[in-house]
Design a protein around this ligand. Sequence first.
Ligand code: CTP
Length: 442
Amino acid sequence: MIKVITYGTYDMLHYGHVRLLQRAKALGDYLVVGVTSDDYDRTRGKINNQQALMERIEAVKQTGLADEIIVEEYEGQKIDDIKRLNIDVFTVGSDWEGKFDYLKEYCQVIYLPRTQGISSTEIRSNHRRLRLGIVGNSGVIPKFIREAKCVNGVEITGLYPSQRIDFQIPEDIPLVSSYEELLELSDALYVVSMPNCHYAHVKNAIMAGKHVLCESPISLERKQTAELFGLAKAHGCILMDGIKTVYSTAYSRLSLLAKSGKIGKVVSVDTVCTSLMTKPAKDLERKWSSICAWGPTAMLPIFDILGCHYTDKTITTHFLDDAMRFDGFTKIDFLYCDAVASLRVAKAAKSEGDLVITGTEGYIYVPAPWWKTDYFEVRYENATENKRFFYQLDGEGIRYEIVAFSKAIESRKDPNYLPSAISEEISSVIEALHSGVSTFRI
Ligand code: CTP
């Protein structure tokens, strides 16, 4: 019996896939099809599969061509599979010509001509056309535009710079002269204006029936953030809080590990996020304060792991400008009935930006800069039990965030990566800081 194996993603199964499978099957008597896992695809840079692994497997099954379906989960698995399953022939489409010659040591390798004129990438682009406008003046915009180009079907329609911008934008991105014009050009908005403008920008967009990805904080007051989520719901719009860390695999895994009891009961979450401003005291009205720039990210693991129901908090801050309530350094301590948490954020001071989640049986350590990590460790008293976890993180999580946003719009379902209760609590803490706290001098 001649055993044949082939691998692929098979997203939105199409005619090209079926033809490949038919020809693969004809090369022998028994066909094994390896379908790539979502995680493995991410590591290969395929970030926007439309269908999850189980749906893709089901579609391959429905062709009736596969005698066996396996999941491809890691680099180097092909050799293991070929040996383990006694494979005689390995085959893939000619787009991979030469790439798998190293398998010739183990079996015959055949590249089949690829069917012209069809691909999952093309189907995804046609299927999902999202006209995304950008409002704001943040320096993150050029990076966001670059990242959006990695996501099929997303087209940046224009930028409305709500204030003067200090960066170059690519020539193919039109600058629009009013927010109304931008709203007309777009199905969805990325709001990255100054935090005190978020409320108005988000509200106008939702009232115009547009979906919104808003750089956190969504507003500077709890009531306003709650109102915006209510409005989004009423208008059938997606409103997503843009904390990019939420969309990184490493963060979601460590959050799950912490909640699953791997380090016992969590008794403390301690986070630090800092970045020094150039010319700190100048031009503050065009800069994000420490609590706005870093507060949402720093609060994320606290509220995500311990919840939003703390019993008390102490905010200590150093305002660079009292009238503007612009904090250069802030420390917040949260007290829960069975745990504590702390954060330190700064734009006018520098520290080690790590995250430590303390449990009764061990702790999770995420080295700086923890908010864009691809790596963390779970550590125990007995160091031989320590475990290290590595994950792929491309584009600091921004491209995953854009994929999540565009998928949410398409399915009209809030993916609930970040519950609105957390966004509201973040706004509430910022509101408390702005309305009077203990301050200190530096
Ligand atoms: N394939 C093919 N003809 C096509 C598309 C794919 O023969 N028009 C083959 C590929 O060469 C591969 C298998 O089908 O052997 C699975 O390919 P996959 O990467 O899942 O499909 P693509 O459509 O190429 O996906 P993408 O656009 O995301 O790269």
